[in-house]
Design a protein. Structure first.
Length: 290
């Protein structure tokens, strides 16, 4: 698909981002790439990319104009199946991996940071896939802590953090974010658990919350709430177990205030086509409106 000529000429300084957990569905990689290209993105940030799906995505996205790429995808399938997928960024604009970005020591394949030389100005982009606590225990919190440590600082450029965070557990109308260190009691109140996965529930809650809510103190705000406000409910992930359907907003984009997101959508039609069990995020940034 041809890129929008108006944006390409630079008369509209906007940037369209798609962030998507591709759910390791290697057999659907070509369809995933074509579905994204049909949306005419400037940059895509993908999670759960496999060694098999990576070359397909790379080739198809490059053919569609996203020539620049950085990746933390394993080159071979490791013996540890929990480490069999990684993240990647493909972009229309010059892209360079940032050595000062997020790279979890124990799970380096789960995050990567790159500098994007975009028409809206140099932008630091981090994509992360935080592993679920149900299967990875405290490794989830270690990844959260390393993300926070890397990004809890002021910056001289625009910044974006996106990906699948497997959090929060709930979002309240007040704007409160409830992570997995708490439980819903019979009286309808959320309270801290006694423990979580063999450790401190307070430490677990703090580890998630500092990224999911606390990074706004460092100008990384929830772009969905920036666009839609507190009252709009949404979800990105759907789990079906028999007649039970669980929906949660696990996929997020956090962005600098100056990037001024003007639209934010979860593309559920692609999830409903079984291209993934996660809906892709599509965000358009236009700093001229800020």
């Amino acid at each position: 698909m041809m890129h929008d000529p108006i944006r390409a000429e630079g008369t509209m300084p906007r940037m369209k981002l798609i962030s998507w957990n591709t759910a390791a569905r290697s057999g659907r990689a070509a369809e995933q790439a074509e579905a994204m290209l049909a949306r005419d993105p400037d940059v895509v940030a993908l999670q759960e990319v496999t060694p098999t799906s990576f070359p397909i995505l790379k080739s198809r996205l490059s053919a569609g104009g996203l020539h620049h790429l950085v990746s933390a995808v394993p080159t071979n399938r490791p013996s540890d199946r929990s480490r069999a997928t990684g993240v990647m960024i493909a972009c229309r604009f010059a892209l360079s991996e940032s050595p000062a970005g997020v790279s979890p020591r124990s799970r380096p394949e789960k995050a990567i940071t790159a500098m994007v030389d975009s028409p809206i100005g140099p932008t630091e982009l981090t994509v992360v896939h935080v592993p679920p606590g149900s299967s990875h225990g405290w490794e989830k919190i270690r990844v959260f802590e390393q993300v926070y440590k890397a990004l809890a600082t002021t910056a001289n450029t625009h910044r974006i953090l996106c990906g699948d965070f497997n959090s929060p557990q709930a979002e309240l109308p007040s704007g409160e974010v409830v992570c997995w260190g708490k439980r819903l009691c019979k009286d309808g109140q959320w309270r801290l658990r006694r423990s979580r996965r063999g450790g401190s529930a307070e430490g677990w809650e703090r580890g998630e919350h500092r990224v999911m809510f606390g990074l706004r103190d460092f100008d990384l705000c929830d772009a969905f709430r920036t666009v839609h406000g507190l009252g709009k409910p949404a979800f990105s992930f759907e789990l079906r177990r028999g007649a039970t359907i669980t929906r949660r907003r696990f996929d997020h984009v956090f962005a600098s205030h100056g990037l001024a997101p003007i639209s934010f959508d979860y593309l559920h039609d692609l999830r409903e086509r079984s291209l993934s069990d996660h809906a892709p995020i599509e965000v358009v940034f236009d700093p001229t409106t800020g």
